[in-house]
Design a protein around this ligand. Structure first.
Ligand code: WTA
Length: 646
């Protein structure tokens, strides 16, 4: 495959950015040839209570153990807040833009310090101690950042659950990490619609025990049920505590947060990140990938419920003393111009969003973009899924007026920060390619047997050595950590992604090679959707695959076998979609449901997903060998009844 378009580094970028191509080559080479020396130097970018003497102590085999800067001590909140107050306390730390365009708020570093310390004292008052887990189920309001940093300040481990997850999903995550405190809001507000967060918490807590305190931030002021003794409004608790709270001294490898993410099997995994390595990596990537400078207004449109929000709304930018914009709303409310209006309103210079949003906005044409100025923009970013070249070109031409480089950043919840991405002053861009590895990152492409492929090739993407932002374990299940990521290819971290490398050494992520699908940039385990479906009394069996979807990247296609004697109709189809929404959350709603009397299985009973994927992709010509199926005739029925319209 040859890609016609290459975008050269604009001259002023090559001259003015932190790194040009020569410097990238030199720094990259240094970072992989002597990681100890490289990270030993760059670890100093954060402040330490006790400096480290040991930089890297990591192994991927015969077991996995990852420790960075292990004898140093520090505190993440101190780095993200306190140290900036002395130097530039009046600088805006967070610009909050509400769902309603008339609502916004500027929070200076000084105010942030006071809010975080007050929140920390509230948590202490509710009995939270170092090492305790705190579940955060909040909308995109400043209190989400205050709560995260308050946990970090006192050494508590936060577990944020995205507000779009159902009570059941929330309950599972509360139980898995054993949280005793939940922080939520009365309601969330997105695109003018209310999200009943507190009611969801109540429903979750009806299923699981162990939570002694629910802290409720008032967002909409809607009346909510309050359980006496358990539930408290944040404002009431905050009124009784001071805004001074010392930072806990944390060891570099003390846990910072848990974030649940979907895998190919079983229930979501609690990805655990620790203190110092994570922060160094998030801050350093934020600086170099976005070429962040003092004075930039930086906006990442993610939700703090996902890793992008953790690393690139809160921790990376605040560690760098940046002004980070936090947006409560959605791209199409009140109009399709909202993103661009927010950019003009706050003079945003760096804008980081997901391909799914770009594709949706592209569908509305150029006019909603062109009627805004966007003159403040200087850099654009993309994350979450492969960006198709058409969307890339549109982003570059229409949104960026040909002026702004695009950094297509590949990474994962597990990686803590960006691993493969252009650096805007150094890297020539090819639309659709995440291009080259960040400092210290050693990508390799292997075939199914684990043989490392050289030169231009395609296969599975692995990373050959540790980097400081890497996850340390699956919370409570270190064996699962090893089995999921280090068992497939000895001594290497397996990403779960397929990848091609071209003749220039550029990486092109081709998508997941496991049973994980990427729906609008959200990771979904097909197994999770299947287990939700079979929990319905009329469903006997279910198989879920992804299929290409114009806006979402991938859509969710569910094949459902009903209990004997039940026949599938439109009503049941709707009911099943609603059922999955309730079980997992709206992001998991199947787009297409096909009732299938039988699923293609091998004689040993294993479902042949390859065939189901092909049918869902409308690719009937290349089903491959179906003669090994226990009953090859089921395939004809599946093809004949393929669903096209939701
Ligand atoms: C996919 C999100 C192509 C990939 C930060 C990865 C991407 C999964 C890109 C992780 C990109 C993320 N190009 N694919 N720029 N960024 N992905 O854990 O399949 O929510 O494995 O982390 O998203 O999703 P996660």
């Amino acid at each position: 495959m040859s890609e016609a378009k290459i975008y050269d580094v604009p001259r002023e970028w090559a001259e003015e950015a932190y790194v040009d191509n020569a410097r990238y080559q030199a720094m990259y080479e240094a970072s992989v040839s002597d990681p100890e020396a490289f990270w030993g130097e760059h670890g100093k970018r954060i402040g330490w209570f006790e400096p480290y003497t040991r930089v890297k102590n990591t192994r991927f085999e015969p077991d996995v153990s990852i420790r960075w800067f292990e004898d140093g001590t520090t505190n993440v909140a101190w780095n993200c807040v306190d140290r900036h107050v002395a130097e530039h306390g009046d600088r805006t730390a967070i610009i909050w833009e509400g769902d309603d365009p008339s609502e916004s708020r500027h929070i200076s570093y000084r105010e942030l310090a006071s809010e975080v310390q007050r929140f920390a004292n509230v948590l202490k008052g509710e009995g939270v101690k170092k090492g305790d887990r705190v579940t955060i189920y909040l909308p995109m309001i400043p209190e989400a950042a205050f709560a995260m940093l308050a946990c970090a300040r006192i050494g508590a481990v936060h577990s944020i659950v995205f507000g779009g997850f159902s009570p059941d999903s929330l309950a599972g995550r509360i139980t898995d990490c054993g949280s005793t405190v939940v922080i939520t809001a009365d309601e969330g507000l997105r695109g003018g619609k209310r999200v009943p967060l507190k009611a969801n918490v109540d429903a979750a807590l009806a299923k699981v025990g162990g939570v002694s305190s629910v802290i409720v931030v008032k967002r909409t002021g809607a009346p909510v049920a309050m359980v006496t003794g358990r539930d408290h409004f944040y404002a009431d608790l905050a009124a009784n505590v001071s805004d001074e709270c010392p930072c806990e001294e944390m060891a570099a490898e003390d846990p910072l947060f848990i974030l649940y993410t979907s895998g190919s099997t079983g229930k979501p995994k609690g990805v655990l990140h620790t203190t110092a390595g994570y922060l160094v990596y998030a801050a350093m990537t934020h600086q170099y990938v976005f070429d962040y400078r003092e004075g930039d207004i930086y906006w990442c449109t993610a939700d703090v419920g996902w890793v992008t929000g953790h690393s690139y709304i809160v921790y990376g930018p605040l560690c760098n003393g940046a002004t980070t914009l936090m947006f409560e709303g959605v791209p199409n409310y009140p109009s399709m111009s909202r993103f661009w209006e927010v950019i003009d309103k706050h003079r945003v210079t760096i804008f980081y969003t997901a391909p799914t949003a770009i594709r949706a906005l592209m569908g509305a044409g150029e006019e909603p973009v062109k009627k805004t100025s966007r003159a403040s923009l200087r850099l654009l970013g993309s994350v979450g899924e492969p960006i198709n070249p058409e969307a890339w070109e549109w982003y570059h031409r229409v949104v960026g007026d040909h002026r702004c480089p695009i950094v297509d950043t590949w990474w994962q919840t597990e990686t803590g920060g960006i691993l493969i991405s252009p650096l805007p002053g150094a890297t020539r861009l090819k639309p659709g390619s995440a291009t080259r590895p960040f400092f210290g990152v050693r990508p390799e492409i292997v075939d199914a047997e684990g043989k490392v492929l050289e030169g231009a090739c395609e296969g599975n993407l692995v990373i050959a050595d540790s980097w400081p932002g890497q996850m340390r374990t699956v919370y409570g299940d270190h064996q699962r950590f090893f089995d999921t990521y280090f068992a497939a290819y000895k001594g290497k971290y397996f990403t779960g992604d397929g990848c091609r490398r071209d003749e220039d050494g550029y990486y092109w992520i081709t998508g997941r090679v496991d049973d994980v699908i990427n729906v609008s940039g959200h990771r979904m385990g097909t197994a999770e959707v299947e287990s939700a479906l079979v929990a319905h009394e009329l469903v006997s069996e279910a198989a879920v695959v992804g299929y290409p979807h114009d806006l979402k990247g991938q859509g969710i296609y569910a094949y459902v076998t009903l209990m004997a004697g039940t026949s599938g109709d439109e009503t049941l189809r709707k009911e099943l979609v609603g059922w999955v929404r309730r079980e997992i959350g709206p992001i998991a709603s199947p787009d297409l449901v096909q009732f299938a009397p039988g699923l293609p299985k091998t004689r040993s009973g294993k479902i042949m997903r390859r065939i189901l994927r092909k049918i869902a992709e409308d690719d009937f010509g290349s089903l491959g060998d179906i003669s090994t199926l226990a009953d090859p005739t089921v395939v004809e029925d599946l093809i004949a009844n393929r669903q096209n319209k939701p």
